[in-house]
Design a protein around this ligand. Structure first.
Ligand SMILES: C[S@@+](CC[C@H](N)C(=O)[O-])C[C@H]1O[C@@H](n2cnc3c(N)ncnc32)[C@H](O)[C@@H]1O
Length: 299
């Protein structure tokens, strides 16, 4: 049950969703035909000490058993791979046009600050709940980020712009914003407020990338049941849909940014994978298409 001021550790509530997506990045990174390499993902998942996620990861990596192969073939896994590729491309494109200020909203176990090649002088702010960032700092204590990485521990329903400015955010610099795997965990009005704040802090030339599942409650019931059974078998009681706020109570982010005169483009996750030579098996394709991958560029 969500509340307006709930908070969590990495292994609890919304925090645990960050482990699930990192587990998928870990799995992809070990595939012989991997489309990206995130060497930090597996380390982070194991460092959480979550028996359930570690067990699932081990089964997937070992291959073969039914639980592992179901997980690996799920639409959710395909969507995670597609979104990782899409947002990696987004960051690289932002760097190529000279953007040197990056803000990752709800960074969770995202290791882009460590694993991407950033131009000299890039500053990356990571915002997430204090306990999530504290866990990540412990787990990656021996690693060196590839940019000037700054943590901003805060709840994104609170006054995060002030916290961001206090950490050295420069409002006259163009910024590449990222909201990956965040929006459905915010109520509609909190999403609008987040976007308004992004707009206020965005110098000309800034851009925003985000993803959001539309009607994920309605995804193929067989696939959903499989996923829940697999997680229950590993002792994970996470039901993402119970942590989500309704899709219907919010403005479609594509409309929101277009209404504010940002140039909006979007991608289909199935096509993102197809462009890299990975076909998506039925029936997962239609479920993946319920996912928005969007970039908006300020005018
Ligand atoms: C599904 S994970 C995504 C993490 C990361 N962006 C990624 O894709 O790997 C969701 C993340 O959103 C964070 N989050 C959700 N609501 C938040 C809030 N109100 N304030 C701060 N962080 C929040 C969680 O702590 C968690 O790390």
């Amino acid at each position: 049950m969500r509340t307006d001021d709930d908070s969590w550790e990495i292994t609890e509530s919304v925090g645990a969703t960050a482990i699930g997506v990192a587990a998928m990045r870990a799995y992809e990174s070990r595939r012989p035909d991997a489309l990206f390499h995130d060497p930090y993902a597996e380390k982070l998942v194991r460092a959480t000490g979550s028996d359930g996620w570690t067990a699932i990861l081990d089964r997937v990596l070992a291959g073969g058993d039914q639980v592992g192969s179901q997980y690996a073939a799920s639409g959710m896994n395909g969507t995670m791979v597609a979104r990782t590729l899409y947002f990696d491309d987004y960051m690289n494109a932002a760097a190529a046009v000279g953007i040197r200020q990056v803000v990752i909203l709800a960074s969770g176990l995202d290791a882009r600050a460590y694993r991407l090649e950033w131009p000299y002088g890039t500053r990356i702010f990571e915002l997430d709940q204090p306990q999530v960032l504290a866990f990540k700092a412990r787990a990656l204590a021996g690693d060196t980020p590839a940019a000037d990485r700054r943590e901003v521990p805060i709840d994104l329903r609170q006054d995060w712009p002030k916290a961001l400015l206090d950490k050295g955010f420069e409002r006259d610099l163009p910024t590449a914003w990222l909201a990956e795997g965040l929006l459905r965990y915010l109520p509609g009005p909190a999403q609008d407020l987040l976007f308004e704040r992004v707009l206020e802090l965005s110098a000309p030339g800034s851009r925003m990338a985000l993803n959001m599942g539309i009607g994920m409650e309605n995804i193929n019931p067989k696939l959903r049941a499989q996923r829940e059974k697999m997680m229950a078998a590993a002792g994970i009681r996470l039901k993402m849909e119970e942590l989500f706020y309704p899709w219907e109570d919010r403005t479609d982010p594509r409309d929101w940014f277009a209404m504010h005169r940002w140039l909006v483009t979007e991608a289909d996750p199935v096509e993102v994978l197809a462009a890299r030579g990975r076909a998506v098996p039925e029936p997962t394709g239609p479920d993946m298409a319920r996912h928005i991958l969007m970039t908006a560029i300020s005018s």
